[in-house]
Design a protein around this ligand. Structure first.
Ligand code: SF4
Length: 340
């Protein structure tokens, strides 16, 4: 039976909209009226956001393995709505460098505070062990922001990539990295370890970035992605993603796409923001599946190799398929699909 996972309260329908984005109370553009955009309903989430409760033997196996190896996943820490589906298929996104983040982004459910302590030197080995046990063909490795470390955690990313390469040479490695506060040396260290995909999420539009990611900068994110394109191996794919429903306008969504394509980004993900708890940023609007399809069409027109756009899309959702489709679109063959 499909049920809604209790991820926290949905947005307050009484709150006024920001910008020109359509909401239950705000003005709606011609495009948004044509798309039939969904307002915040009084009775709960719209049907396209219903997901299965986590469970089943494969889910239990992944959870047990993570506990046994003392590893963290962004799936659990960020309360991802896809955890039931992904874990049932043996897919998980590893979160290295602990479970406490030095930033406090307004959309994110990961715990914030002072992580304390040096990186766990054995963690890369254990991640590789888990990848081998799960038989992953494509692994996503991310981290909390570690602004307390001089390199922002770059060395730990590099060690984890190398450990996976050694243990599972046929597995494609995607890293979803923080901005390292703009430190080019840290980015070079990660790229030198040879990931197949370098992912860094822009999360929202330029205007909303100070509120959504207070300690990040929109321009710095775009610069990082451009550097990854310029400094990485030619076969490296770059990737980014953003959420909708935070109050951005349709035009601001298109501006994000233009900026990311200007930085040479190959793969784009677009998903619905879901407020994790009442303490997080309010949800302004649900986008309909038709609107997600229209955003995808805009992305492909702009030249992204692949765009995964949908209500439940998260950065790592169907990550392996995203990479494979990105290559098929151009008839190319990158390291990630060769290994698959
Ligand atoms: S979409 Fe990503 S973060 Fe969410 S459950 Fe799947 S692998 Fe984990």
């Amino acid at each position: 039976m499909d049920v809604v996972i209790p991820l926290g309260a949905i947005g307050d329908p009484a709150e006024p909209p920001e910008g020109a984005a359509a909401t239950s109370a705000g003005p709606r553009s011609a495009r948004e009226r044509a798309m039939g955009g969904a307002s915040l309903p009084a009775g709960g989430r719209p049907p396209w956001l219903r997901v299965r409760l986590p469970g089943g033997p494969e889910y239990a196996r992944v959870r047990g393995l993570m506990a046994a190896l003392d590893l963290h996943t962004v799936c659990a820490e960020a309360r991802c709505p896809n955890v039931g589906e992904c874990w049932s298929h043996g897919t998980a996104t590893f979160m290295i460098l602990g479970r406490v983040c030095t930033r406090a982004c307004g959309f994110c459910a990961v715990e914030t505070g002072r992580p304390g302590g040096a990186p766990d030197a054995d963690e890369p080995r254990r991640v590789a062990e888990a990848v081998a046990h799960l038989g992953l063909r494509h692994v996503v490795v991310t981290s909390v922001a570690r602004d307390d470390l001089s390199d922002g955690g770059a060395a730990a990313f590099a060690s984890t990539i190398e450990a996976i390469r050694e243990r599972c040479p046929d597995t494609a490695v995607e890293v979803l990295i923080p901005d390292f506060r703009g430190d080019g040396g840290a980015l070079r260290e990660v790229l030198a370890a040879g990931p197949d995909i370098c992912n860094h999420n822009v999360e929202t539009c330029r205007r909303l970035t100070p509120r959504v990611r207070a300690r990040a900068r929109y321009e710095r994110t775009v610069e990082l992605l451009g550097r990854a394109r310029a400094w990485g191996r030619p076969e490296l794919r770059t990737k980014s993603g953003f959420m909708v429903g935070l109050g951005e306008t349709w035009g601001e969504c298109l501006e994000i796409m233009d900026d990311l394509r200007g930085a040479g980004v190959d793969i784009l993900t677009i998903g619905q923001y879901l407020r994790p708890t009442p303490a997080h940023l309010p949800l302004r609007r649900y986008y309909t599946p038709q609107e997600f399809a229209a955003l995808k069409a805009e992305a492909l027109v702009r030249g992204f190799r692949h765009c995964e756009s949908g209500p439940l899309v998260r950065s790592s959702y169907h990550a392996h398929e995203q990479a494979a489709r990105a290559e098929r679109r151009y008839g190319g063959e990158a390291a990630d699909t060769r290994r698959a």
